[in-house]
Design a protein around this ligand. Structure first.
Ligand SMILES: Nc1nc2c(c(=O)[nH]1)N[C@H]1C(S)=C(S)[C@@H](COP(=O)(O)O)O[C@H]1N2
Ligand SMILES: [Mo]
Length: 512
């Protein structure tokens, strides 16, 4: 019962903080702040493991793990508090201190944002005292005399039923507070509404029209253009940052002749370009789906840099987001003609909140962790020798050109298909170099070129189709791509850490 009292009190801490937190920065509530701090301490192998195991559900997995940890700690805390109240108080205060420390060390969080956690902790302490008091007064409980009966000499005894009733009411109260907090924050947030009502300007340079035949002929292959709702999402943000376009400002500084500050209106008024670019995550395993292709609208970063005039010797731009993530991008990549941009639009809409509203970077040819900063607010012109980006500090590479990759999407691995003509299809990419050939190998047979779909550009992925004459039995299908420089995709297996997975995908198919 003491353990249960501990768990319910921990729930009160989180719920009250959630409710009060509706009036503060969302990223500062205990669960989010603790989880974000945990992510910041994630070593490369653990990020790799989390993504390999849970994919884009890695955040749900983190919350489940945290929930379990908090549950166990709260059980212990409840029992400790039952035996020695002063130790219980110390435990709650220690947890409160850990929560507050993780809140105030978050990027762009104000000291006042610790208030929800402080009030939550105080409420949790009151709840714990209330519920543990009921356990102490329980005469029917074998330990009752060992407990605090001396402290509560003239109070009437409590029945088990009364304890469970009090616990149940407290738990329901916590659930109501948490739900209320959720609804209240949603109602108070006007960022999503402002995004809805934003009209994007017409670009000065429209996207090149998409030629016919970019889509693989094989049904079931990924759409060539990824709808926003299906676009993979990878970031360290447990709670999507809510940035008002009105308040957004980009500071360009460091090794520049002229410090520049851009408002969202400046972006709307700039000469915008639109282009299709495929993004890829460095954590994508061979054959994985952490890649997507969209039409982006934005201001070329080279125009921004031209205003700031970088000094000689600068070789990198460190971009930082409102929540503290950062990426190191070679400066030449941002100045050449590949159209790296500060994007405000994705597939004809304002950026979705989880893809970086109001402004993110899109840099063709580089993995997202070194280029695609979402909710970007700061560009520091610097040198690789002088500054390290978020994932580089955690053991990943400082540079990340995208490796050539071919993927089989149909049939799926371990599929059973009928003998005869079997449609095989998939996608390949080598952004900025382009794909000139994709080959397939059945078992140990010869490498055979497949039919390539039309190429839209060098910075977008390219799909393919193949008609396979399948004979009964188990078979292995392997694919490899050749990029525009003539280089064949390496068969050397590499893990995503530190600079991207490589190797040929092999798919086992049973033909019946
Ligand atoms: N602010 C912020 N931007 C970020 C990240 C992040 O963790 N935080 N992750 C990067 C990584 S690793 C990738 S692969 C891309 C993914 O962009 P998407 O979620 O829009 O697909 O965003 C990049 N930009
Ligand atoms: Mo990534």
């Amino acid at each position: 019962m003491a353990a249960l009292a501990g768990v319910v009190s921990a729930g009160v801490v989180l719920a009250v903080a959630e409710l009060v937190g509706a009036f503060f920065t969302a990223r500062a509530t205990p669960l989010i702040a603790l989880g974000s701090t945990f992510i910041d301490f994630t070593p490369p192998w653990m990020k790799d493991f989390a993504i390999a195991t849970f994919g884009t559900n890695d955040k749900a997995a983190l919350f489940a793990g945290m929930g379990l940890t908090i549950f166990l700690l709260a059980c212990v805390l409840g029992i400790v508090a039952y035996r020695r109240w002063s130790l219980g108080v110390a435990g709650v205060l220690l947890m409160g201190a850990v929560i507050v420390a993780s809140v105030v060390t978050r990027a762009s969080v104000k000291p006042l944002d610790a208030i929800p956690s402080l009030i939550g902790t105080a409420a949790g302490l009151v709840a714990l005292r209330f519920l543990i008091g009921k356990v102490w007064r329980m005469r029917s409980w074998p330990d009752a005399e060992v407990g605090r009966s001396a402290k509560e000499p003239d109070r009437p005894a409590t029945s088990r039923r009364a304890f469970f009733a009090a616990t149940g009411i407290t738990a329901v109260g916590a659930a109501v507070a948490a739900t209320g907090g959720r609804l209240l924050s949603a109602a108070r947030s006007n960022v999503a509404k402002a995004r809805e009502s934003l009209t994007l300007p017409t670009p000065a340079k429209a996207a090149a029209p998409v030629p016919a035949g970019v889509q693989s002929k094989v049904p079931g292959v990924t759409p060539w253009l990824t709808p926003n709702k299906d676009f993979y999402r990878i970031d360290t943000a447990l709670s999507v940052p809510e940035v008002n376009a009105q308040d957004w400002e980009l500071r360009v500084h460091g090794m520049v002749e002229q410090e520049v500050r851009l408002s969202f209106q400046d972006l709307l008024d700039a000469k915008l370009i639109e282009s299709h670019v495929s993004l890829t995550c460095v954590s994508n395993p061979v054959g994985g789906n952490l890649a997507g292709n969209a039409k982006w609208l934005g201001m070329p970063i080279r125009d921004v840099l031209a205003m700031a005039r970088p000094k000689d010797g600068a070789d990198m731009v460190l971009s930082t987001s409102v929540d503290g993530f950062s990426a190191s991008t070679p400066i030449e990549v941002l100045r050449d003609d590949r159209d790296a941009m500060l994007a405000i639009g994705m597939n004809g809409e304002a950026l979705p909140l989880e893809h970086g509203y109001p402004v993110r970077m899109v840099v063709p040819g580089l993995y997202g962790f070194v280029s695609a900063t979402k909710w970007v607010v700061d560009l520091e012109v610097t040198r690789f020798a002088d500054a390290k980006a978020y994932w580089t500090q955690r053991g990943w590479s400082e540079r990340g050109p995208i490796k050539t990759m071919a993927r089989v999407e149909v049939p799926k691995s371990f599929a059973k298909v009928p003998a005869g003509k079997v449609a095989v299809g998939g996608t390949a990419w080598a952004q900025t170099r382009g794909i000139t050939k994709v080959e397939i190998q059945i078992d140990n047979g010869p490498w055979t070129p497949v039919e390539l779909s039309t190429e839209a550009s060098l910075v977008t992925w390219r799909q393919w189709s193949y008609e396979w004459d399948a004979t009964p039995g188990p078979h292995y299908l392997k694919v490899r791509a050749t990029d525009g420089t003539g280089e064949v995709q390496t068969d050397k297996r590499a893990d995503p850490v530190p600079d991207g997975a490589s190797g040929w995908q092999s798919v086992m198919v049973t033909v019946e």
